[in-house]
Design a protein around this ligand. Structure first.
Ligand code: BGC
Length: 898
């Protein structure tokens, strides 16, 4: 930072001139209570679940002086301020995150909790009472056994299971716990339970299985009840064949499940209905399902009422008992995948009586749903694609490249729906999703379709949107939306590279996108789960595969530190954004093993292990430089993590290692005469700058060289995946935000805007739209721009010394060519806003700092300019440099810079 002398302003003495909350006097209230980052979750297995809250308090300088937490099994008692499970003292602390530390939690128990806070005036206020409910807690609490039908893994139709039981007494409450290897839909008395899709989320099935908990009280009735389960293959029984050999996965088998339906009666007694030998099974109308390709459904095979009590199952078969797929069955404690958005077709074409075409107007991950009437046995094929041939027919050639079909029965991204002929029928796949914008419908016999007969559903992990960017440049706004669309299209309980061609958990793509995700979405639960997937996959020697989860593919290719640094980079960013160090301690040994492994293999500090700057515009950069930069980042994160966790010796050891790597990189790649790295490409200069490898005394010269290089490249990108992560930040953080914005807002090749002006609604895999290879139209790997729009222009950054936005760093840049700009991000303390608009020759800048947090604002003030608040100059201190720093407490501030 370039400031010489920080000025601390006591802004509480000054009137606040915000229009939104002028002199707001509303009382303080603890709000947004969550347990394990979920609202009133069920099935919590964590022995020390984390409880979080924030302050709803709009007053200037709002803060929390102390808190007291009450946790108990009786909600009335908790609301009276008594917690039979845990009652903290009044703790003098501003924390909005505590880990439960009371009596050992019992399984299957609802715990109510509330928090009281003391505000800045020492006035106490209580939150509403909320709850979390524990799940199995330990595996020994399972009553059910794993069952499946009598078929083997090659059998195509999906199995139905049913069981009728008698609820003998008046039901007070009931929970279903279902663990599945594969996918499932659960129903009770004919009603589908819950609105999750593709549950349970993908894990390495032979190491860890997830179970899902539902409150099914409302679906049960006194007397007879029927439970129905339909199992899908998912990644567990991959029948399609592609280059990654998921059909040969070591865990592969016919899907199986274990279920406990735990009923609590009014009289306090408990009965558990479980999966066991008494269940019955049958094949279902889902005649084929592949997570990778599509689903086939023959409506003629429907068995009406199969999941209701009075259905005649005399012709159904029994079940067989199976071994548990792993010995680690844990709760799925995360936001589920859902059909988040229904998308009607924007255009519709009828080619002829048997061929139609729908365009959703945007590229999505998800499914289509068709409603149609036709003759029994009519075969309808729905081909899903991202692009069209010139003749208007769908073109799948950019996404089916890695597919290795055996025969023609499993066409790519093509659902097959066979009509029963019984009037209007609807089909939407249950166990597959695709990446697409267009759907071509072809029928074996004439059918009549209209525009509204088909809709799309955008599916993804249903993480809450918590960020916003809006600027006076519509193309930039569209780039931001497209980035979010690609981020979400690649979030299915683990981050993926693309929703069509692969659906693989490519580590490199995910580490690039972590900040893009975290600025805009509340994704901690997904990443905590994915890091557990990392721990499942890590070899004893520390090596990780390039895709996670994996069947074993990826330990030999693509798994250098430029990709698998996810093990360090993701926990670190979660820590910065959430201020929660649990993910650091959970993964500490794993990061260490990983770093140690590289150190053992590459004792010089330089590593050539990696893929390098993937899919570049034109220039290639040395793999050794980029991989060593990631290795340096990992060692640095490890050292900082060790310090945070109080492991002083490790902190020193890995700091030394980081220094060794830095020295080795600079000795080999930094030319001390020219201050260029390597040949001075954009990636070669920006990666060392961004990851902190450049010696302090030459940083400004290297940055100047980067700016010159970008100018030489006509202010256009010349980077691949790794360079894209670094370039805008490296420019912006070193005084060249205007240059970065020029690059970011270009609208001709190669740029993000080039995609947008050519109709993109998602980000592409290749800067070259006409490329024959690597041209999925929905990739997140060039998505850093989504994060940069918060960082580079709004300047919203977490403060490493007070993570979780306890202190917010605000470093706005009033870039030329933008009239106005707004950004907001809701962190653990609430909504942070950084926005500005031009006003005459000056700029009006508004910062909103949430209750119980502070901010440090760095103004990009040029010579002769002053900063005003309420028409008063807030500082007349003369700085030798152009950046001024102000410290503010919670509140809304509108500054005039002129
Ligand atoms: C994926 C990428 C991934 C890369 C690794 C591709 O096939 O789609 O996004 O990172 O392979 O080389």
């Amino acid at each position: 930072m370039k400031f010489t002398k920080p000025v601390l302003l006591l802004l509480s003495l000054l009137p606040v001139i915000s229009s939104t909350n002028t002199f707001a006097q509303s009382a303080c209230k603890p709000a947004a209570l969550k347990c394990e980052y979920l609202v009133t979750p069920l099935g919590i297995d964590a022995p020390h679940p984390r409880l979080t809250w924030l302050l709803a308090d709009l007053r200037q300088g709002a803060l929390q002086k102390a808190y007291q937490v009450y946790v108990g099994t009786d909600s009335a008692e908790v609301s009276r301020g008594k917690g039979d499970a845990w009652e903290t003292d009044k703790v003098s602390s501003a924390a909005g995150l505590v880990a439960y530390n009371g009596k050992t939690l019992n399984a299957f128990t609802k715990y109510y909790w509330r928090v009281d806070v003391w505000d800045k005036e020492d006035v106490r206020s209580s939150s509403a009472v909320t709850s979390f409910e524990t799940g199995m807690g330990t595996m020994r609490n399972w009553q059910g056994t794993w069952i499946t039908d009598e078929h083997d893994m090659k059998t195509k139709p999906a199995p139905y299971f049913r069981k009728v039981f008698e609820a003998g007494k008046k039901i007070k409450s009931a929970r279903a716990y279902i663990a599945v290897a594969g996918l499932y839909e659960l129903s009770i008395n004919g009603q589908k339970i819950g609105n999750h899709r593709l549950d349970p989320m993908y894990t390495r099935f032979d190491r860890r299985n997830l179970y899902v908990t539902y409150d099914v009280t409302a679906q049960l009735q006194s007397g007879k009840n029927a439970i129905g389960v339909l199992l899908g293959n998912g990644w567990y029984n991959h029948q399609s064949t592609a280059v990654w050999d998921f059909d040969k996965a070591p865990w592969r088998n016919r899907p199986t499940f274990c279920l406990d339906l735990r009923i609590t009666y009014e009289d306090g007694s408990v009965e558990t209905v479980q999966s066991d030998r008494s269940w019955k099974s049958s094949l279902s109308p889902v005649i084929f399902n592949s997570i990778y390709t599509a689903e086939h459904y023959d409506a003629r095979l429907e068995q009406d009422g199969w999941n209701t009590v009075n259905f005649d199952d005399a012709k159904w078969k029994g079940v067989i008992i199976r071994s548990s797929p792993s010995n680690n069955i844990v709760s799925q404690s995360m936001q589920p995948v859902r059909n988040v958005l229904e998308i009607p077709a924007t255009t519709f074409v009828k080619f002829n009586d048997t061929a139609y075409h729908y365009n959703l107007g945007r590229n999505i991950s998800g499914v289509s749903k068709i409603t149609v009437k036709g003759e029994a046995g009519t075969v309808i094929r729905l081909r899903h694609a991202e692009r069209l041939y010139d003749n208007g027919r769908v073109d799948l050639s950019n996404i089916d490249q890695h597919y290795r079909p055996v025969g023609t029965e499993d066409p790519y991204q093509t659902d097959i729906f066979i009509l029963s002929g019984k009037g209007e029928e609807t089909f939407m796949p249950k166990f597959n999703y695709k990446g697409f914008q267009y759907v071509e419908v072809k029928a074996s016999k004439p059918i009549k379709l209209a525009k509204q007969n088909l809709v799309g559903y955008f599916m993804h992990s249903d993480v809450e949107p918590i960020g916003n960017i809006s600027t006076s440049n519509p193309v930039v706004n569209k780039i931001w939306s497209a980035t979010n669309a690609s981020y979400l299209s690649n979030l299915f309980g683990y981050p993926t590279d693309c929703p069509q061609r692969e659906k693989n958990g490519w580590t490199g793509d995910a580490q690039i996108a972590i900040e893009t995700g975290l600025y805009s979405f509340d994704g901690i639960t997904i990443y905590e789960k994915w890091l557990a997937d990392h721990r499942d996959e890590q070899q004893p020697n520390g090596v990780l595969p390039s895709i996670i989860p994996t069947n074993g593919w990826g330990y030999e290719w693509g798994n250098g530190p430029d990709w698998t640094s996810t093990i360090a980079v993701i926990p670190w960013n979660i820590y910065l954004f959430y201020g929660d160090s649990k993910i650091l301690s959970d993964n500490y040994d794993n990061i260490k093993r990983y770093v140690d492994h590289i150190d053992e293999q590459y004792p010089t500090g330089l590593t050539t292990w990696g893929l390098g700057d993937w899919v570049p515009v034109k220039s290639k950069s040395p793999v050794e430089l980029t991989s060593s930069a990631y290795y340096f980042a990992d060692a640095t994160i490890l050292s900082k993590t060790a310090a945070i966790l109080g492991k002083t010796a490790d902190a020193e050891k890995y700091e030394k290692l980081a220094q060794k790597i830095k020295n080795a990189v600079n000795a080999k790649y930094l030319n001390p005469t020219t201050n260029l790295y390597g040949a001075g490409t954009q990636t070669e200069l920006s990666v060392p700058l961004y990851w902190g490898l450049v010696p302090a005394d030459v940083k400004s010269q290297v940055a100047a060289n980067l700016a010159k290089r970008v100018e030489f490249d006509k202010f256009h990108l010349d980077v691949g995946l790794l360079g894209t992560k670094a370039i805008l930040n490296a420019l912006g953080q070193n005084g060249y935000t205007d240059v970065a914005y020029k690059v970011a807002s270009q609208e001709d090749f190669p740029s993000w805007g080039w995609w947008i002006v050519n109709g993109a609604t998602t980000l592409y895999e290749n800067w070259n739209i006409k490329s024959k290879y690597d041209i999925s139209l929905n990739h997140i790997m060039f998505g850093e721009i989504g994060a940069w729009l918060y960082k580079g222009i709004g300047g919203i950054f977490p403060d490493e010394t007070q993570p979780g936005f306890k202190n917010v760093l605000l470093k706005p840049h009033f870039v030329p060519n933008l009239q106005n700009y707004e950004s907001s991000h809701t962190g653990p303390y609430g909504k942070i806003t950084s926005s500005w608009r031009r006003k005459g020759k000056g700029v009006s800048y508004t910062a909103v700092v949430p209750a119980n947090s502070t901010a440090t604002i760095y103004f990009p003030v040029t010579a002769g300019q002053q900063v005003y608040l309420s028409n008063k100059v807030v500082s007349t201190t003369d700085f030798a440099v152009d950046t001024k720093l102000y410290k503010v407490e919670a509140g809304t501030y509108t500054f005039e810079i002129k």
